[in-house]
Design a protein around this ligand. Structure first.
Ligand code: ADP
Ligand SMILES: O=C(O)[C@@H](O)C(=O)COP(=O)(O)O
Length: 424
């Protein structure tokens, strides 16, 4: 049995898991990301494990069951603190799952209080007076109101979370956070006496998150985006370092697959095309009509791969996505496109791709599962929230695979080209 872990993390999607792992690695922790709940203990000695689930958009009862299974495994590894990671844009369906999963983890851990904050200032996600901003605008004006699966139409997180949980939701506002950890502890004590179970926490800068960290040291459960992670390793005596993120050398062919329809991804697809790189759009309606779109895409890509990265994408703007959903249904359209892109990712690896960028959280989940990846090591950051990862041998017929899972709204416009230069 390997040594006990310090921090046990449960992420509700796969891009989110690498985002969290990236922040922990940069803060000095040795981290492994597992795909789903492992069958037994890990071989490697690490400070933190991030269990990646694909539970963001599934039925709440199933998300709860999977999260509790992850919790039991993390507890068996000795985890001293549990971190439930969700999206920095607080993505959830109207039925959940952030509230139900938080509540279930609290019950299982016997804790009567936790925090919730998606703040991630490095990616311009800030929370003020309980309102979530993405960039310069409120969440519901950021494009997230048009998300294919988790449209976010209310920026007030106290309200959003309260609608998902029986626990009372309160606020630790910026004036408290700015006064540092003792003031936060004092406010938590006060909220507890008022019967509040979960507090949204304001944070507009990394300094806020670093001030918050020490106040969370004794909390059995923390729920957050990846930002809060920068303030936790210090509680275990761990300091930032660059040593934790070294991957094996990269080789092989390069490709990008994208099923994300977020605004940033739309810009990244356009930028890749404008740079003159080969890009193939796939049409969900042709998949629905029974055309073998994956085979077509692979036949298109095969002769091009030797000349540098290619892109296969279903990425489309909100209007086009809505029209497809209107004809096929939201869930069916999503699942069908995910299955097709996952098949393309597997085919690309069979063609010799060993450096693969996947854009989109749900899309990444489908691809990583189709590739049979069980664990990933975390390497250098490409852009905030997106590191290169390395999946060992079984993922690519014995060769290993460098893979980057890009969250929908992360990354600069030139991400799909720039990513590969980071591996050089
Ligand atoms: N052109 C399209 N029409 C309808 N749905 C699409 C289209 N392209 C992708 N999708 C679906 O939209 C969802 C995008 O979610 P995801 O991969 O998590 O991206 P993001 O990270 O941007 O949220 C997936 O389920 C995907 O299959
Ligand atoms: O916290 C974040 O924003 C990301 O880590 C994340 O979870 C993004 O999810 P997708 O936009 O679905 O990729």
């Amino acid at each position: 049995m390997s040594a006990k872990i310090l921090l046990g993390c449960i992420a509700d999607d796969f891009t989110g898991a690498t985002d969290l792992a990236n922040n922990l690695v940069r803060a000095g922790m040795r981290v492994v990301q597992t795909i789903g709940v492992p069958a037994g203990p890990l071989a490697a000695e690490v400070d933190a494990v991030v269990v990646a689930l694909k539970s963001r958009t599934i039925a709440p009862a199933e998300a709860v069951a999977q999260s509790l299974e992850a919790l039991r495994w993390l507890q068996a590894q000795g985890a001293r603190q549990i971190y439930f990671k969700y999206c920095s844009t607080f993505d959830s369906t109207p039925a959940g799952n952030i509230g139900p999963v938080t509540e279930a983890l609290m019950e299982a851990l016997g804790c009567d209080f936790t925090i919730a904050t998606p703040a991630f200032p490095d990616n311009k996600r800030t929370v003020f007076k309980g309102y979530l901003f993405a960039g310069e605008v409120l969440l519901n004006e950021s494009g997230m109101q048009n998300h294919p699966l988790t449209p976010m139409t209310d920026p007030n997180l106290v309200r959003v979370l309260q609608a998902q949980t029986r626990r009372r939701v309160g606020l630790i506002d910026h004036a408290v956070v700015a006064r540092g950890a003792p003031a936060v502890r004092e406010r938590i004590a006060q909220l507890r006496t008022e019967g509040i179970g979960i507090a949204i926490v304001d944070a507009v800068s990394n300094d806020d998150l670093l001030r918050l960290g020490p106040a969370l040291a004794d909390m059995p459960l923390v729920t957050a985006g990846s930002g809060v992670a920068i303030g936790l390793p210090g509680n275990f005596g761990i300091a930032p370092s660059s040593a934790a993120g070294v991957l094996p050398p990269a080789g092989g062919l390069q490709a990008v697959v994208s099923g994300s329809c977020s605004l940033a991804t739309n810009r990244q697809v356009l930028s890749f095309i404008q740079a003159g790189r080969p890009a193939l759009a796939i049409d969900p309606l042709r998949i629905a009509a029974g055309v073998d779109v994956a085979a077509e895409a692979l036949a298109w890509a095969a002769p091009l791969l030797a000349d540098g990265p290619v892109l296969v994408y279903s990425t489309a703007e909100a209007g086009a996505v809505k029209s497809v959903q209107g004809r096929l249904g939201v869930d069916e359209a999503g699942a069908m496109v995910e299955r097709t892109i996952a098949g393309i990712a597997r085919g690309l690896v069979a063609l010799g791709v060993r450096q693969l960028v996947v854009a989109g959280g749900e899309t990444s989940g489908a691809c990583v599962q189709a590739l049979g990846i069980a664990q990933m090591q975390i390497g250098a950051q490409i852009d905030p929230g997106v590191p290169w990862c390395h999946a060992p041998a079984e993922a690519a017929g014995g060769a290993g695979l460098h893979i980057a899972l890009k969250s929908g709204n992360f990354g600069t416009d030139d991400f799909f080209s720039k990513a590969f230069t980071v591996l050089e």
